[in-house]
Design a binder for this molecule. Structure first.
Ligand SMILES: C[S@@+](CC[C@H](N)C(=O)[O-])C[C@H]1O[C@@H](n2cnc3c(N)ncnc32)[C@H](O)[C@@H]1O
Length: 194
């Protein structure tokens, strides 16, 4: 795996499964998961994470996905994008997205007083099909104690930008070098503005 140091942490370019299995027990304060499947990694992710594990689900497959986890989530939160593209007449437009949480703290955060989070879809798309809004992650990460935030399937790195905005160290990973470069660029832009 290739390791790229960045301001406030590191980005790994390679297989997330390998990275997660190499990380020490309780070595990160929070893990954000936004993968295509990989539910079998849940116990490995719980092992490395001292605080919440926040897993972005797929609404169309949510019941099938839930069956694949070996432990049920402690909570299910919902992200509702404020603005959606109009129906295209071909595919279902989903207006909510499940977010599964394990090891969620009992305390609520002022940014997250309820289980439904409303944020517009990400405005910057980077030609990536799965970009989520940084502001959604900023709210979710207020649930996490101070300490490193891991996103092993980081894509364009939205969760890592949110973590850096909150002053948290970050560990990101993607197996596509292009997305590692995009994420690094976004984190460098953030570093230049603080
Ligand atoms: C849904 S996207 C994450 C999007 C991200 N939350 C964002 O806002 O940009 C999932 C990412 O996981 C990456 N990925 C899939 N399998 C992987 C693996 N085995 N190891 C590392 N990355 C992987 C894909 O390249 C993709 O960029």
């Amino acid at each position: 795996m290739k390791r790229w140091p960045i301001d406030g942490g590191a980005i790994w370019c390679g297989d997330a499964v390998e990275l997660i299995r190499e990380l020490k027990t309780d070595s990160v304060a929070c893990t954000v998961m936004d993968p295509p499947d990989y539910q079998e990694l849940l116990f490995d992710v719980l092992r490395v994470t001292d605080g919440p594990v926040i897993w972005l689900g797929r609404v169309g497959q949510s019941f099938a996905d839930l069956r694949k986890f070996d432990r049920a989530p402690d909570r299910v939160l919902v992200w509702v994008p404020d603005e959606m593209p109009p129906p295209n007449g071909v595919t279902m437009v989903y207006r909510w997205h499940p977010i599964y949480v394990w090891q969620m703290p009992q305390v609520t955060s002022p940014k997250m007083p309820a289980d439904v989070l409303r944020h517009p879809c990400a405005t910057e798309r980077f030609d990536h099909p799965g970009v989520k809004p940084v502001e959604l992650f900023e709210d979710l990460l207020t649930l996490a104690p101070d300490g490193p935030v891991l996103d092993p399937f980081m894509g364009t790195g939205s969760s890592l930008v949110a973590a850096r905005r909150l002053g948290r160290p970050v560990i990101g990973c993607d197996h596509e070098e292009h997305w590692c470069e995009v994420a690094r660029g976004r984190l460098e832009c953030h570093a230049a503005t603080v």
